[in-house]
Design a protein around this ligand. Sequence first.
Ligand SMILES: Cc1cc2nc3c(=O)[nH]c(=O)nc-3n(C[C@H](O)[C@H](O)[C@H](O)COP(=O)(O)OP(=O)(O)OC[C@H]3O[C@@H](n4cnc5c(N)ncnc54)[C@H](O)[C@@H]3O)c2cc1C
Length: 291
Amino acid sequence: MIPAAFEYSRPRTEDEAFALLQKHGSDARVLAGGQSLIPAMRFRLARPAALVDINAIAALDYVRTDGALVIGALARDAAIERAPWINDRRWGLLRDVSRVVADPVVRQMATVVGSLCHNDPAGDWTTAALAARAEVVVRGKAGPRTVPIDDFLVDSFTTAVQEGEMAVAVRFPLADDRTAGSYQKVERKVGDFATAAAATEVTLGADGRIARAGVALSAAGPCAVRVPEAEKALVGQKPSADLIRAAADAASRASSPQADLRGSVDFKKHLAGVLVARGLRQAFARLGVQS
Ligand SMILES: Cc1cc2nc3c(=O)[nH]c(=O)nc-3n(C[C@H](O)[C@H](O)[C@H](O)COP(=O)(O)OP(=O)(O)OC[C@H]3O[C@@H](n4cnc5c(N)ncnc54)[C@H](O)[C@@H]3O)c2cc1C
């Protein structure tokens, strides 16, 4: 199908883009990688009257370290996948995700921030961002504000970005060498959304006990789901097979998937537990710890 008519602008600076978004208000949508928005417009599931294309704003295309790993709104999935630092054990979670989102062609265009803003229930970056406790920088009328990912992801395809605003970056906390994570995804074929997926990240204290844990699921609710019961079960404990089983069981119970062509509710709940267990085992292995 052909999209409904819309006004198109291609600003060169963030200020210009923001001014256009303010001018058009609820009629406007940001166009980033276009991998979700363009298909939605073609099916007329989205009919924005104005598109603000941010692809010419070179200043938003960056990945840098600034008290956190900061990924600008125009950084493509492929830039993360190919970054030399991604092979550092500490970034295992992001490395795993960057290799399984969609397919290599989509990843050339799709942006990490666009994926967070799209907030698909089966999204991969949203789930990883929850486990890693990322924050999104949103530019609003009163200036930029930093929104914890738990508050940013409001509901399916809905985020804390309000009318006239745009997300300008996502900040992932800098991982130290006692931190490791993993992303485990089951998909029917390469390029498919998750049947189920789990993001896990753990930080070990000097005493070998788990000081911090992040556990989140994809395709297990209206949007990415944190599993606080699993996180609480892990913190303060030493890695062990029993502990992993307890966290996996908590994840399976917390998973609330929809039955669809990818599988039944029972199958997906079972998978959630299996993938959390696999993820935790891999995270501990990356830390060189037996579990
Ligand atoms: C074949 C195919 C397979 C896919 N498989 C997967 C998959 O397995 N896992 C997965 O997670 N995703 C998958 N995707 C989705 C892909 O990752 C999307 O591209 C991504 O979700 C959106 O990123 P984008 O940069 O393309 O955003 P766009 O399509 O440009 O925008 C998406 C939405 O976010 C808004 N938006 C974008 N950037 C901003 C911003 N800076 N500020 C405010 N709003 C903004 C737009 O207005 C729009 O509403 C797939 C897509 C395709 C086409």
